[in-house]
Structure formats: structure tokens, C-alpha cells
Design a protein around this ligand. Structure first.
Ligand code: HEC
Length: 110
């Protein structure tokens, strides 16, 4: 009796079952619905997935800076896309305002 082939088959099957779920995994969408989301998905998930930025919190200026960095990394977008993305990110993933001491001068504008 030759047990070798079944053992190999079992090992391969085990290997595939370990790898399979990782491939099959549909990660939860970390991007809440909102205006501009379609542009973010189209432009910003071409090179990495949304988890690369969805857990970041930035001011609008910092987000624009991130977008500019991605453009120099090769991200291509129309000016309309860029506005939509900038808006979406700034509104959806804002940096929480720092807990200011009560006597702090309120920032002007906005
Ligand atoms: C052309 C490919 C490409 C596209 C398109 C792209 N990125 Fe990236 N992104 C990268 C690479 C490469 C890194 C890793 C940079 C590193 O680790 O230094 C990265 C990293 C990041 C980071 C991590 C912080 C950092 O500065 O390294 C953020 C945030 C980010 N991307 C946001 C975005 C957003 C928002 C968009 C859509 C406007 C976008 N990316 C589109 C290539 C891209």
C-alpha cells in the first residue's frame, strides 16, 4: 500500500485551505458612504487598499499634503477628483481638535 500520494494530496489541500481564506476575505469597507467616496475608491485604492488611509486623522491641509504626496508617487486624478477626494477625506477623517486649555485663544476662521 502506498500512502505517499494521499499524504501529499492532504498536505496540498491543507496548504490551500490555509491560503484560501486569506484570498477569499472581503475586508469590511473602511470607507463610509458620502460624496466623493467613488473618487476615493477609484483613485486611492489603485495601489494600496483603503486601510492605508482610513485610520488616519488629518486636518484638511494635511490631507491635501497626503494627496500631493500620492500624486508624486504616481497617483493620477482629474482636478474634479482631487477636490472630491480632498473634501471627502477632510470631512470623513478629520483630526480631532486637541483638547485645548480653557484659556487658549480660539483659532480664527472656520
Ligand atoms: C500610484 C500609487 C498610489 C496611489 C494611486 C495612491 N497611493 Fe497612497 N501610497 C502609495 C505608496 C507607494 C505608499 C507607501 C509610501 C511609503 O510607505 O512611504 C502610500 C502610502 C499612503 C499613505 C500612508 C502615509 C504615507 O504618507 O506614507 C496614505 C495616508 C496614503 N497613501 C493615502 C493615499 C490617498 C488618500 C490616495 C488617493 C488620493 C492614495 N494614497 C493613492 C501609493 C499610492
Amino acid at each position: 500500500m502506498n500512502l505517499r500520494i494521499p499524504m501529499v494530496a492532504a498536505a496540498v489541500a491543507l496548504g490551500l485551505s490555509l491560503v484560501g481564506p486569506v484570498w477569499a476575505q472581503a475586508p469590511d469597507d473602511p470607507l463610509p458612504a458620502g460624496p466623493g467616496k467613488d473618487a476615493v475608491v477609484r483613485v486611492c485604492t489603485a495601489c494600496h487598499d483603503a486601510t492605508q488611509f482610513a485610520y488616519a486623522r488629518h486636518t484638511p491641509d494635511e490631507w491635501d499634503n497626503e494627496i500631493a504626496k500620492m500624486q508624486s508617487a504616481g497617483a493620477e486624478m482629474t482636478p474634479e477628483d482631487q477636490l472630491a477626494i480632498s473634501d471627502y477625506l477632510a470631512k470623513t477623517f478629520p483630526k480631532p481638535a486637541p483638547a485645548a486649555p480653557s484659556d487658549a485663544k480660539a483659532p480664527s476662521g472656520r
